[in-house]
Design a protein around this ligand. Structure first.
Ligand SMILES: Cc1cc2nc3c(=O)[nH]c(=O)nc-3n(C[C@H](O)[C@H](O)[C@H](O)COP(=O)(O)OP(=O)(O)OC[C@H]3O[C@@H](n4cnc5c(N)ncnc54)[C@H](O)[C@@H]3O)c2cc1C
Length: 202
């Protein structure tokens, strides 16, 4: 816990603001029902790295990066999982092999092939919008919390993360060509569709 905690912002408040930065709602849990902050911001790769290092305490656990679960057969004696080794480019690298196990856990992400193969539903739906995520170091703002600015024309998120990182997430207006996303000459406020609608910049 101590190793993970230094990569977190405990009790991170999430505020929902309108376009004029007026507060609409806030998520600000102070309770510690499990003994730890209820809501923490964190930098996921650093926390994941600590969890991965922690697995060294369990010699029976093998981690296999670069292996893809292709299919599985769920039988009375357990599950037979066909696994394909991949190269660095994600292409098949050698022959697939079968891993036999008592349980297969479908913790394989939002599009979970395991859950889909089992026909398990996943409630809710997400709008298909694209976002540009920018992390900057040496955070010049410094507040530890999260603001979601619900400007219908230009929604964005900004949050403070550990180690002096500030993250901005800008919703990309529909129709904006992807080639302009990471063009330093392109002011985010000047994304063509956005400015055309506003008739002005900013
Ligand atoms: C840009 C971005 C920033 C985010 N930042 C944060 C943050 O700061 N804090 C936060 O709490 N959340 C954050 N999130 C959300 C968070 O990443 C997800 O909610 C979380 O990772 C979901 O975890 P998961 O284990 O369910 O799935 P995932 O993290 O998606 O893990 C699924 C794993 O299954 C593997 N997998 C999939 N299919 C197969 C297959 N066929 N064979 C083998 N392996 C397979 C994938 O490679 C992956 O490793 C962020 C998301 C994004 C996109």
């Amino acid at each position: 816990m101590e190793r993970i905690r230094r990569h977190t912002v405990p009790d991170q408040v999430m505020r929902f603001l309108d376009a004029r930065k007026r507060l609409l709602a806030a998520i600000d849990p102070r309770a510690r029902p499990f003994g730890w902050p209820r809501r923490s911001g964190f930098i996921q790769p650093l926390v994941d790295a600590q969890l991965h290092a922690g697995l060294a305490r369990f010699p029976q656990v093998q981690v296999r990066f670069g292996h893809s679960v292709e299919s599985f057969v769920d039988g009375d004696a357990g599950v037979a999982v066909t696994v394909q080794p991949l190269d660095d480019e994600g292409r098949a690298d050698g022959a697939p092999h079968v891993v036999r196990t008592r349980f297969l856990v479908g913790c394989d992400g939002g599009r979970s092939p395991v859950r889909n193969a089992l026909g398990l539903p996943f409630d809710g739906k997400s709008e298909s919008t694209r976002w540009l995520v920018i992390d900057i170091g040496d955070d010049p703002i410094g507040t530890p919390n999260v603001s979601l600015v619900l400007d219908p024309e230009f929604p964005y998120v900004e949050l403070g993360l550990p180690h002096g990182i500030r993250r901005f997430e800008f919703m990309v207006p529909p129709g904006t060509p992807e080639s302009t996303f990471d063009d330093p000459a392109q002011c985010v406020r000047c994304w063509p569709a956005c400015c055309r609608r506003r008739g002005r910049c900013g």
